[in-house]
Design a protein around this ligand. Structure first.
Ligand SMILES: O=C[C@H](O)[C@H](O)[C@H](O)COP(=O)(O)O
Length: 321
């Protein structure tokens, strides 16, 4: 299994970060995986401007972005936003936070989409769909001018499939065993095992928003040429879509123990091929975001040890806001 940051394995496992400058005086900084997701999501929402048509992603990371957009609308800091949800669950959440919604029929071109991912390779190719929303996500995110992907560091892999976790393929229910077997055989050399996704409780097949099933592919070895793999899967009758999102992300925001990294992809010859810029906002910036979160959620937020890392001036400035 090739997860780049094994200390993040396990949902919401606390991450312990030693403060760089105040090691003797300050307690260790603890960020949960969910806090990292929230930091990445809030950073992504900085790209949102009034008047935009937005693709609203699905999952535990994207939900923070949806909440934040709703919050900014309610505060009057954003207006005239139209959201295009990528799943029924996001549709419900967006309505609950007051985001006006539409669809691709009415808005075939989107300004921006924000969504999480299950894996991100060094070229910003993605695996998505472990939450089952890959088809609508691919339709919506394929129609946007800018696609911002938000992850915590645990999602970074050397190659797609490298986490050893599922690479989802949405298939029609008709003769699903036949399709699953064909998919396995297609990637025999990579030691592929395909499993029908089922609900944990009753063992019934998981059904997507589109009434389809999902076969999760697990690879023992690198599948190699992703474009060839994508084409081969899509040529198979019975397959609706797969969870590899190749050359689709334009911006990647990674929240990790050292801070937030933002990477942008340049478009060359019509294809997004080159990582053009990398910037890292160090832990103090993360701490400030964290403090802002604490302030905006003052009623419920527990005091954050990150306060130790914030210069006094910034602290006072933020409290004056
Ligand atoms: O179908 C689900 C989506 O592709 C999600 O964006 C992806 O699974 C990442 O989800 P999370 O942010 O919960 O890790």
């Amino acid at each position: 299994m090739a997860i780049a940051y094994p200390h993040f394995i396990g949902s919401d496992m606390p991450i312990v970060v030693e403060p760089p400058l105040m090691a003797s005086a300050a307690p260790p900084v603890i960020l949960t995986q969910d806090e990292l997701k929230k930091i990445a999501a809030y950073k992504a929402v900085e790209f949102v401007e009034s008047g935009m048509v937005l693709g609203l992603g699905t999952g535990s990371t994207a939900k923070h972005a949806v909440s934040r957009i709703g919050e900014l609308l309610q505060q009057g800091k954003l207006h005239n936003i139209v959201g295009i949800p990528t799943s029924k669950i996001t549709h419900e959440q967006a309505l609950s936070v007051g985001i006006p919604l539409s669809d691709l029929d009415a808005h075939p071109v989107l300004d921006l989409a924000i969504d999480g991912a299950d894996e991100v390779d060094p070229f910003m190719n993605l695996v998505k769909g472990r939450g089952g929303s890959l088809l609508r996500e691919k339709m919506v995110e394929g129609a946007c001018k800018k696609f911002v992907v938000i992850v915590d560091e645990s999602k970074l892999v050397k190659h797609l499939g490298g986490s050893g976790l599922a690479m989802p393929v949405e298939i029609v229910p008709f003769c699903w065993k036949f399709t699953a077997k064909r998919l396995e055989l297609m990637f025999e050399e990579a030691g592929c095992v395909g499993k029908l996704r089922r609900f944990v409780g009753n063992g019934e097949p998981f059904v997507t928003d589109n009434g389809n099933y999902i076969v999760d592919l697990y690879f023992k070895r690198d599948i190699g040429d992703l474009r060839a793999a994508s084409d081969a899967i899509l040529r198979l009758a019975g397959v609706v879509e797969h969870g590899m999102f190749l050359d689709m992300a334009t911006t990647l925001i990674v929240a990790g123990e050292l801070g937030v990294t933002v990477k942008n992809k340049e478009v060359l010859g019509g294809r997004r091929v080159k990582i053009a810029e990398t910037s890292l906002e160090f832990i103090n910036a993360v701490a400030q975001v964290q403090l802002k979160l604490c302030l905006s959620l003052r009623a419920t937020a527990k005091p954050s040890p990150l306060l130790w890392l914030i210069p006094l001036e910034s602290y006072l400035l933020l409290f004056d806001l």
